[in-house]
Design a protein around this ligand. Structure first.
Ligand code: GLC
Length: 533
């Protein structure tokens, strides 16, 4: 499997906040050695590839997405040797590792920026975007609307403004400077040489700026990303680039190019529509967005998710839908941030295991390769008392020992409190319980692996007589899967078209299923059926 260059098309991914996952040396911070100790757990879960959030030295004003040194690891996470050792141990188990590559900006504490802002004549001045006026590129939206008033910040010393799409402490690099372009490719090389399997490329739509545009998804940006891909293809085939472009499907499509830009791209718009489907008890919004999603080249794949380390973003829905989602899922103002919701999966779904499983059933069976956010496989909670997006980045809940088994020291951040805290929700107790959420998710991942139809198959919605069901067919190489999800908390009955009234095997229970004229489903039931030949 490790030699198959299209591995990502069938893979299940798992996202880890290294700081919050497992502390091996009792300093209160999760670290690389801690992940290594948990590889057994990850292997049992069945995931194929880990995405590690930033581990670079950083002042942590944006949780490591503000990088101060691209060629090192913050000592709190370990050393470069620890990293290669983790990669080797993971590879030995057939698990790959990708990491964040933050191209768009650095920390204001990066030596390049320090030099750049020290003097207008510095040879690094041109590494960043400076201007006499803050009116340039004024067609550009602000992303962190709750904290930033402008994409420009005044620098007292050199009396110019510098450009930043995120926090003012994250100045944007100037990709019009060929040296910057080259630096970033060399940084990629550095980590690829250490053995990393690829990158989740952060915030890529914003690399270039051009007057008269919204400074997103520009042709120059695509041209540069193609160069990065060509470099990887030539030197590190089989390593991947995963695109973080929070954009409409038609605007993400170009990031796949002709199969010569990104291998994978997050499908941002489907995510909120899964939550809409669960609340409205109808599949329409999911159907509509997949209809709007253009086909992608054969060697590319979507990456789908229910939650991640950021807010549940509502940028890809209409203002009315956003308002509705806030009312439904974030009734208290403190649950909201920027254009989204700062809560975890289980609390969003009322801590109802049936709903969490159903959401995962959709995630695992719709087109794309799924990624699980650490802790969501056990339904752990969040801590909305913590600022920014930190409430969903709390320590992993391993067992019911002090601090949830995360650290033997003093934890670097508060844990989850209340109903969904480690005393009630933890990995150890769920490993021991065959009916737990963790066991169900693990079963889904492991079953999914055995059938290419999930990762590579065609997708076709099936009309049933009941709009509360999401029913679809996935087909690949002579295998036909019929997926049926009851989006409601009530028993449902439906009739399926004649061609689907036949014999199946339930992939999750191995039971034989015969669909006759009508089909009965338990509340929130999900069936993954393989048609018998
Ligand atoms: C991405 C990250 C987010 C970060 C931002 C700026 O959107 O997911 O956490 O704040 O980029 O780097």
């Amino acid at each position: 499997m490790i030699n198959d260059n299209l591995w990502y098309k069938d893979a299940a991914f798992y996202q880890i906040s290294v700081r919050a996952f497992k502390d091996s040396n009792s300093d209160g911070y999760g670290d690389l050695q801690g992940i290594k100790e948990k590889l057994d757990y990850l292997q049992t879960l069945g995931v194929d590839c880990l995405w590690l959030m930033p581990i670079y030295p950083s002042p942590l004003r944006d949780d490591g997405y503000d990088i101060a040194d691209y060629r090192n690891i913050d000592p709190m996470y370990g050393t470069l040797d620890d990293f290669t050792s983790l990669i080797n141990s993971a590879h030995a188990r057939g698990i790959r590792i990708i990491m964040d590559l933050v191209l768009n900006h650095t920390s204001d504490e990066h030596p390049w920026f320090k030099a750049s802002r020290s003097d207008k004549n510095s040879s690094f001045r041109d590494y960043y975007v400076w201007s006499e006026t803050d009116q340039k590129y004024n067609g550009t939206r602000i992303i962190f609307v709750d904290t930033e008033k402008s994409n420009w910040t005044w620098d007292d010393k050199t009396e110019q403004y510098y450009w930043h799409r995120f926090y003012a402490s994250q100045p944007d690099l100037n990709f019009d400077n060929p040296k910057v372009q080259e630096e970033m490719i060399n940084i990629a090389r550095f980590w690829l040489d250490l053995g990393v399997d690829g990158f989740r490329a952060d915030a890529v739509p914003y690399l270039f700026e051009r007057e008269g545009t919204n400074c997103e998804n520009l042709p120059e940006t695509h041209a540069y990303l193609k160069k990065l891909r060509a470099f990887m293809e030539a030197n590190y085939p089989g390593r991947i680039l995963l695109c973080e472009a929070n954009q409409a499907p038609e605007d993400v499509r170009p990031y796949f190019g002709d199969g010569d830009e990104f291998h994978m791209g997050f499908h941002f718009p489907i995510m909120p529509r899964i939550y809409m489907a669960l609340k409205k008890e109808r599949a329409d919004d999911m159907i509509e967005i997949l209809r709007r999603t253009p086909p992608i080249p054969e060697n590319c794949q979507w990456c789908t998710f229910l939650r991640n380390h950021d807010e549940l973003t509502l940028e890809m829905v209409t203002p009315q839908e956003r308002q509705w989602m806030w009312e439904q899922y974030a009734p208290e103002p403190r649950m909201r941030i920027n254009l989204g919701i700062r809560r975890r999966l289980a609390p969003l779904l009322d801590n109802d295991q049936r709903k969490v499983e159903l959401a995962n059933s959709l995630l695992f069976t719709l087109p794309g390769s799924p990624i699980i956010y650490y802790g969501d496989e056990i339904g752990m909670g969040d801590n909305i008392e913590l600022p920014d997006r930190n409430g969903v980045r709390t320590p992993m809940q391993w067992d019911d020992s002090p601090n949830g088994g995360f650290t033997a020291g003093a934890p670097c951040t508060e844990l989850v409190k209340g109903e969904l805290s480690y005393e009630n929700i933890n990995a150890a107790s769920q490993l021991a319980d065959k009916d737990s959420l963790l066991q169900s998710i693990s079963r889904m991942i492991n079953v999914r692996k055995e059938h290419h139809a999930f990762g590579s198959g065609s997708m076709e919605w099936v009309e049933s007589t009941n709009p509360s069901l999401a029913v679809y067919k996935r087909e690949y190489n002579g295998e036909t899967l019929l997926i049926i999800n009851n989006l409601t908390g009530k028993p449902q009955a439906a009739a399926l078209p004649l061609e689907h009234q036949t014999e199946y095997v339930d992939l999750l229970s191995n039971a034989e299923v015969r669909i006759k004229t009508s089909l009965n489903l338990e509340p929130f039931a999900y069936l993954w059926l393989r048609q018998k030949i």
